[in-house]
Every structure is written in structure tokens, then in C-alpha cells.
Design a protein around this ligand. Sequence first.
Ligand SMILES: [Zn+2]
Ligand SMILES: [Zn+2]
Length: 147
Amino acid sequence: MKIDGGCLCGHITYEAEVDPARVGICHCTDCQTNSGTAYGVVAITDAAQFTLLTGTLKVYEKTADSGTVRALSFCPECGTRIHATTVGEGSDFMGIRVGTIRQRAALKPRIQVWCRSALEWTRDLSDLPRFETQPNIDEMASLAKRE
Ligand SMILES: [Zn+2]
Ligand SMILES: [Zn+2]
């Protein structure tokens, strides 16, 4: 599947080829921290399938407990994370952050990994009140009081 995407500020744009069956959620603590949220969602592809169209990515290399070095690439202007690759010979594995893909609604995750560090509440969000947009502050306050 041909996809395209970019960062929040527009500095970075790209296109790529991904397999919709290779979309997953990663609950590892590195993904939690560097996404600033509960888990990472990535579309897996080969680095050769990714083409940067505009901008220059900044790269941060993180060594995992296993010794594997992951290169995390992000927009130097707005901080949006774009993709991660594994550093080393013979590795062309790339995980593109699904939230940056324009066609993301069509890329439903098929697998969850590193579940041992998953935040328990991510198992089921169906009981939480839902709003189509941001509710006003009074509505949010009244929900908090009901807890
Ligand atoms: Zn940006
Ligand atoms: Zn992860």
C-alpha cells in the first residue's frame, strides 16, 4: 500500500510502501517515553521503501537492554517522531509512526508487543465517556467528580 505523510509543522514530508498487515502496537517503555504517551503504533516496512521528500530528520540513537541500537528519527523543528530503524549490518527494518501517515485510518494494528510493560488501562477504553471534540471545562470537571 502506497502511503504518504509528514510531521506536525510540515518540515518533514515522505512517501513509502507499507503492508497494512504489518501494523502493530509497541508497549515498550522506550516507546512510552519517547512518544510521550501510552504506546507506540508503527507500520513496519523496509528502509528502502521509505522516501524522504522534504526536510532533514534529526536522529537519536538509543541502546536497548538487549544491546540493539535503535535510531529514532524526528522532525528537528516540531519534534514529531517519524520512524525508527535498527542500526547495524544487514538490518533494513523500519517502523514508521502511524500517526504521521495520512492514510492512518486504514492501518489498523494487528499485533501488540512488549505487553509486559503495557499500561493496564490500555486494555479497555470502551467505558470512558466519549466526546466528538474537546468538551468544555465544566463537563470535564463534572466527570472527574463522578469518579
Ligand atoms: Zn515538523
Ligand atoms: Zn517500543
